[in-house]
Design a protein around this ligand. Structure first.
Ligand code: ADP
Ligand code: MG
Length: 701
């Protein structure tokens, strides 16, 4: 291993502000900054999105529509035409064929340049015209004499840019940066041993190649980002993220937490009172959690389990273990409805054991809230259940030992950290149990959740029958209403989920109100309930309680019921405008049925015409109920940023790598990360700094 400490790093001539380059004044610097470019080396890491090939002249006879190419020919005929608009048409020919140049805006000089007999070179995209192939507004210039004119030596990079910054300026600046790199550029942060093992080219070679690919470079490989030069950079970027998360994890593991050594008496009684036996997967995951909770360091465990796999019971067992050890637990959910449901479940489970569970919500009455807080502070209450608002304000616990965060897929690493800090008492952190129904492929989890341990509940409770899913056009709404009628008359319960195109919450709720009215008119013998986000918490609560108790037959709802809601007797779900939902959301919604022994169905009602991806989404829902398979298809249709819900949170904000495309790299990235962490702390710092910068480092939130 090379000892970084013994080598004095040479000065890096690209480690200067961009205004060190010719042609960069305050205006250009400001525009570059919009692209995230402030240092000279930032230009080197600002990679082209695509390339143009101006390295050879293409015979006209070999062109195909869609090609972008340089052609050279002699003008046969140039004329101004008045069709719908005035335009200049110029026919050029080489010895293999002829084509037309079409210009809608032109001046006298251009017209003259294209005079009959002139030799011209053009670059543009080819399309099929009326009679011949043509280029609309190509770049062109006249060639003098008969000598062959030189062509470019490398492919032309096209960069992502911003208003007021031309490709040409970006190219010139990048060329200057490449010149400086030749004199000793940004250091190659990957140790040679790692580069060799994973067959990655050196940094300067990769950067030079990507800014100036040689004429023979394979454009298709480059556009799919599979070239070794691109893979090398993606590797380093993914490595940076993983290193940052592993560092964070190490910091967590080093900090202390109370070991929650219970004697099992509460858990045993709880299990005895359950009306069912735990599944093998529930038992295995509970044991994994129990081992973590025994440690004097905070647990950071993510439990993944498909909708309906029974995560709540697993959480309850962890909570009871904390209580057995004399500590309190907090249980958090992302929505009021889900938090309320957890409150009921935990109260039903824990009160018979002589334990007090309190409810905390941002919206509850001051008096009620104060009472709950007092019980938590004195230690009279063992468990607090609430929305995340629970931790937004100062809630004093007597001895908080465990925080359970349900349905965490909506939260990124920053939120996880913030919650962790809030739970800190003195030097001790509570243990964290995070639960999600978003099953993400293993390799993805390895990167996105590299700071967590992951357990998977990969088994559904016995006796579940798969939900039958049908897709129907909303022109058949009457039939669907009749189906709801028949189902509810025979003792089933149903959900009717509404949504609108508009993002507005108010309009969503209004749509649900209207549907509820229509449905109660159409089905006078059914008891129709309504729940949406704008109702008072108390009203929402009582509607949900009525539905659970079977007092309501048909529950009309907005997506407030999307996560977590558990009413096993509900066996029919209608989703209106299903084409507007993403796959993950449809899967979550559908997960509200099929939770009991009854055969369940889900009707995806759409408003046509369907887009291509909407059609694929609905087909996927019909074809599979497996959360992992759905996640895989979702990944294909949407890309990982959205699957992980990271667009909003800024987590894993990747510049070059793409979690889906570069999945094959992830196992190697993980191995390289472990090795670097062990052997080269300096390189770890430098890699994190290069790719994540100061502000984005996870460990320092
Ligand atoms: P999710 O993983 O989606 O949060 P829940 O915890 O809400 O699932 O459980 C779904 C339903 O399955 C609940 O009604 C719960 O009581 C029931 N359940 C959980 N575990 C079992 C089991 N081992 N056997 C039978 N039913 C179970
Ligand atoms: Mg749940």
């Amino acid at each position: 291993m090379v000892k970084a400490t013994q080598r004095r790093a040479p000065a890096d001539p690209t480690d200067l502000p961009v205004n060190a380059l010719r042609g960069v004044g305050p205006r250009i610097a400001e525009r570059l900054e919009r692209l995230g470019i402030t240092r000279v080396y930032d230009l080197l890491f600002h990679l082209p999105t695509r390339y143009q090939d101006r390295t050879r002249v293409v015979p006209i006879g070999t062109l195909r529509p869609g090609d972008e190419a340089v052609v050279e020919g002699r003008v046969q005929l140039t004329e101004v035409k008045f069709a719908r608009r005035r335009m200049l048409l110029s026919r050029i020919t080489d010895n293999t064929g002829s084509m037309t140049l079409r210009l809608f805006h032109f001046n006298a000089a251009q017209r003259e340049m294209l005079e009959r007999g002139a030799r011209v070179r053009c670059y543009g995209q080819v399309r099929s015209g009326a009679a011949t192939l043509e280029m609309v507004h190509p770049e062109f210039r006249r060639l003098e004499g008969e000598e062959p004119a030189p062509v470019d030596e490398h492919l032309t990079p096209i960069y992502p840019t911003t208003e007021g910054l031309h490709q040409l300026s970006l190219r010139q600046l990048t060329d200057q940066a490449l010149g400086r790199m030749a004199a000793g550029g940004p250091p190659d942060l990957l140790p040679r041993a790692i580069r060799e093992e994973f067959e990655l080219p050196p940094l300067d070679e990769a950067l030079r190649y990507l800014h100036h690919p040689p004429p023979e470079a394979a454009l298709d490989v480059l556009s799919e980002r599979r070239h070794p030069a691109q893979q090398r950079l993606a590797f380093e970027e993914l490595l940076a993220h993983r290193l940052s998360l592993r560092r964070l994890r190490a910091r967590v593991t080093d900090s202390s937490a109370p070991p929650l050594l219970g004697n099992g008496h509460l858990r045993e009684q709880f299990e005895r009172d359950l009306p069912f036996a735990l599944t093998g997967a529930q038992r295995r995951v509970s044991n994994e959690i129990a081992v973590d909770l025994d440690q004097p360091h905070p647990m950071q465990r993510l439990v993944q389990g498909d909708v309906g796999s029974g995560k709540t019971v697993v959480a309850a067992l962890a909570v009871l273990k904390a209580i057995e050890a004399g500590f309190q637990a907090a249980v958090m959910a992302p929505t009021e409805i889900l938090a309320e449901q957890h409150f009921r479940s935990f109260r039903n489970w824990l009160e018979p054991l002589g334990l007090e569970v309190v409810w905390l919500s941002g919206k509850q009455k001051v008096g009620t809230r104060r009472g709950a807080m007092e019980h938590l502070a004195s230690g009279a209450a063992a468990v607090a259940v609430g929305t995340h608002a629970l931790f937004q304000e100062a809630v004093d616990f007597d001895e908080l030992g465990l925080v359970v965060i349900d349905e965490q897929h909506r939260f990124g690493v920053h939120q996880r950290l913030a919650l962790r800090e809030k739970g800190k008492v003195g030097e001790r952190y509570p243990h964290q149990l995070i639960m999600t129904a978003t099953p993400i492929p293993r390799t993805l989890a390895m990167t996105a959740y590299a700071d967590l341990d992951v357990s998977v509940i990969d088994e559904l409770p016995p006796g579940r029958t798969p939900v039958e899913t049908v897709v129907v056009a909303d022109s058949r709404r009457d039939e669907v209403v009749e189906r709801v009628h028949a189902a509810c008359r025979s003792g089933a319960q149903a959900y009717w989920v509404c949504t609108l195109v508009e993002e507005s919450d108010a309009l969503q709720c209004q749509a649900a109100e209207e549907s509820a009215e229509e449905l109660s008119e159409a089905l006078p013998d059914l008891r129709v309930g309504l729940v949406h986000g704008r109702m008072k918490p108390k009203d929402k609560e009582s509607v949900m309680a009525d539905f659970k108790a079977g007092v309501i037959d048909l529950l009309v709802a907005t997506t407030v019921i999307e996560v977590g809601v558990d009413v096993p007797n509900a066996s029919l779900m209608i989703i209106e405008n299903a084409e507007r939902f993403g796959l993950a959301q449809l899967h979550q919604l559908r997960g509200r049925v099929g939770r009991g022994r009854k055969k369940s169905s889900c009707v995806l009602m759409y408003h046509g015409p369907l887009s291509q991806t909407a059609r694929q989404r609905l087909a996927a829902m019909r074809e599979t109920a497996d959360g992992f398979e759905i996640a895989r298809r979702d990944l294909e249709l949407r890309g990982p940023g959205e699957v992980l819900g990271t667009r909003q949170t800024g987590m894993l904000n990747l510049r070059i790598a793409d979690l889906q495309r570069d999945q094959p790299l992830l196992p190697a990235v993980a191995r390289a990360a472990d090795r670097l962490l062990e052997q080269d702390a300096k390189a770890v710092d430098a890699i994190i700094q290069r790719w994540l910068g100061q502000g984005e480092r996870y460990g320092e939130v």
